[in-house]
Design a binder for this molecule. Structure first.
Ligand SMILES: [Zn+2]
Length: 322
């Protein structure tokens, strides 16, 4: 695998395995749908390819409760039933598959922190609904949450930005860090009155010492690119003012028109614009460190377009940056 490029992309069967069968929207064909489009545009020649890495239990429990990990391993061994109330089926090996998503996100953070690459993209990552003690919304483990814990404890970062444009509110990240002033969250999503998980009102801005470090922007169903661009200006100003040392970007493709589960109507131009502007913010404040994670997206054509729009900008903005 080529590892000598400033933009690294993680691909491999171990990531693909994090998917649910029998026609589930989060199927295991999503990674390849993205990569075919990326190769058609010649992006494969512009990035360094990296293999997935598994996380250890001790890494996972930086964020998740021990008792929950025990429960997940038991369900994963049995391979039947549900991890939550019925959205997220248990399959044999779901723990190992989710541990690869977590480990890959951690590896990307380490590559960025140690200067081996300037941007990273992981198509199957950004499992933003999992809570410290529970699975939710197709998410068995929360790779974003584990990564934030690692960036705080291993690297001592004091300003970490998490930006989320998936159609669903990133509740698993928001509530885990609601009282943590080191974590700056900006989340654009469909209004919770119309879509799972129902949270993320504009009044949710962080608690206690963290009050004012979170920005939630609920969008009306049918919101289009013009409405996204207007919301994005607020996201950009908010993140810029926070001067983050690292930027995590959950670029879920389910906010594009035609997703089977949601009602937003963005185009892939929204994702491209957000990626371009986050590269500029990462260059200004974070020594370029930007990790993009694919998140949701259940229309295969849409996720291919949205994720390649992001990757194109990571490549373009990295070639021209210092
Ligand atoms: Zn989503």
């Amino acid at each position: 695998m080529s590892r000598d490029k400033a933009v690294c992309v993680y691909l491999g069967d171990a990531l693909k395995r994090y998917g649910f069968g029998n026609g589930h929207p989060f199927g295991s064909d999503r990674m390849e749908a993205f990569w075919r489009e990326a190769c058609d545009r010649g992006l494969d020649a512009a990035v360094g390819l990296h293999s997935p890495v598994s996380a250890s239990r001790s890494d996972i429990t930086r964020f998740h409760h021990d008792a929950y990990v025990d429960k997940l391993i038991a369900l994963s061994t049995r391979g039947e039933g549900f991890l939550d109330d019925g959205d997220t089926p248990a399959f044999e090996g779901v723990y190992e598959a989710a541990a690869f998503v977590v480990g890959t996100t951690l590896d990307a953070c380490q590559q960025l922190m140690e200067g081996h690459c300037r941007r990273a993209f992981i198509p199957i990552a950004g499992l933003h609904h999992a809570q410290r003690g529970a699975a939710a919304g197709f998410c068995a483990l929360n790779d974003c949450g584990v990564a934030i814990e690692m960036l705080e404890s291993d690297y001592g970062l004091s300003r970490i930005a998490y930006v989320d444009i998936d159609a669903h509110h990133g509740d698993g990240v928001y509530y885990a860090f609601e009282s943590d002033p080191l974590v700056i969250i900006a989340d654009v999503h469909e209004d919770g009155r119309f879509l799972y998980p129902g949270s993320g009102t504009a009044r949710e801005q962080g608690r206690g010492a963290a009050a004012g470090t979170k920005l939630n922007i609920p969008m009306p169903p049918d919101a289009d690119d013009a409405q996204f661009m207007s919301a994005w200006q607020r996201v950009e100003a908010f993140v810029d003012a926070a001067r983050p040392e690292f930027i995590l970007f959950q670029c879920g493709a389910d906010s594009l028109a035609g997703d089977p589960l949601t009602h937003l109507r963005f185009s892939s131009a929204a994702h491209g614009h957000a990626a371009k502007r986050l590269c500029a913010l990462a260059d200004a404040h974070a020594e370029g460190r930007l990790l993009a994670m694919g998140g949701g997206g259940y229309n295969r054509r849409n996720l291919a377009l949205a994720w390649t729009a992001v990757l194109e900008q990571l490549v373009a903005c990295t070639e021209t940056s210092p």
